[in-house]
Each structure stands twice: as C-alpha cells, then as structure tokens.
Design a protein around this ligand. Structure first.
Ligand code: HEM
Length: 128
C-alpha cells in the first residue's frame, strides 16, 4: 500500500474515533446511562472533533481545494453542519426518546454521506 499523508491519516483516524464515540454516546442515550453526563464524555468529543475539523481545514489548504470552489467540499461542510445539529438533538435537545432516536438515525445516515463524499470527492449530485 502506498504510504498515506500523515495529516490525512490523522484526519481519517479522528473521523473514525468521532463516529465510534458518537455511536457509544447514542447507545448511552438510549439506555439512559449516567455516563452520558460524565466529564470525559462531554470533553473528549470536543478534542477529537476540533482535531477532525483542524486537519480537514489543513488538508483543504494544503491541497488547494476549497469549499464553495470544490462542490464536494461544500457538500461535506453542509452535511457536517447537519450532522452536528442532528447529533445535538439526538444526545441532548430531543424532548422524547422517539425524537432522539430519529435524530440519531439521521445523524448516522448523514455521517455515511460525508464519508461517501470524502471517498468519491463528489457530492453525488449533478452540480459537481
Ligand atoms: C465528519 C466529518 C468528516 C469526515 C467523516 C471526513 C472523512 C474524510 C475521509 C475518509 C477522507 C479520505 C478520503 C480519501 O481516501 O482520500 C477525507 C479527506 C479529506 N477531508 Fe475530510 N472528513 C470530515 C470533515 C472534513 C472537513 C470539515 C474538511 C474541511 C474543512 C475536510 C476536508 C478534507 C480534505 C481536504 C481531504 C483530502 C481530500 C484529498 O485527498 O484530496 N474533511 N475526509
């Protein structure tokens, strides 16, 4: 296998850790676990997600690919905002468990879309 750019490796690792942590917290939400409120549970995702965003921005700058220029990056950012919003509803804001579960499913689908966009460098729409 060709050696991968270490920045990209870090970016993909953060993405994997981020979704694994989100799934874990989603499970804790569903079983009403107090672990969801633990200090580490609240702090660690911010560290990982900041690194994910930071390495993403660095990759974009270094490869001279920009959101609103490369439409796949635009799609990625828009989907990221939707993923964060749905994630907040799923883990915190949703008033009933049904709402939180629906938001959790939507967030996971959105994350899948982001990975698809990343791998194909295409928004999957016609305006690419
Ligand atoms: C949930 C958030 C994200 C996920 C799951 C994700 C996932 C990925 C993956 C899997 C790759 C590797 C694609 C490949 O095989 O080449 C990648 C590359 C990349 N990502 Fe992300 N990413 C996320 C957020 C971001 C953000 C916020 C930005 C920019 C601000 C960004 C910019 C990039 C760039 C520029 C590349 C390199 C593409 C290339 O090699 O040309 N990513 N991302």
């Amino acid at each position: 296998m060709i050696a991968m750019d270490p920045l990209k490796t870090l970016h993909i690792s953060c993405a994997a850790i981020s979704i694994a942590g989100f799934v874990l917290r989603g499970g804790w939400m569903l079983i009403d676990s107090p672990l969801l409120q633990a200090r580490l549970t609240r702090v660690l995702p911010h560290v990982v997600d900041t690194l994910l965003l930071g390495t993403g921005v660095a990759l974009a700058l270094l490869s001279a690919q920009y959101p609103f220029v490369q439409s796949w990056l635009t799609a990625k950012i828009v989907a990221l905002v939707i993923y964060i919003g749905l994630g907040m509803v799923a883990l915190k804001r949703g008033r009933t468990k049904a709402v939180r579960l629906a938001a959790l499913a939507g967030a996971l689908l959105t994350f899948g879309y982001i990975v698809g966009v990343a791998l194909t460098r295409s928004a999957g729409l016609n305006w690419s």
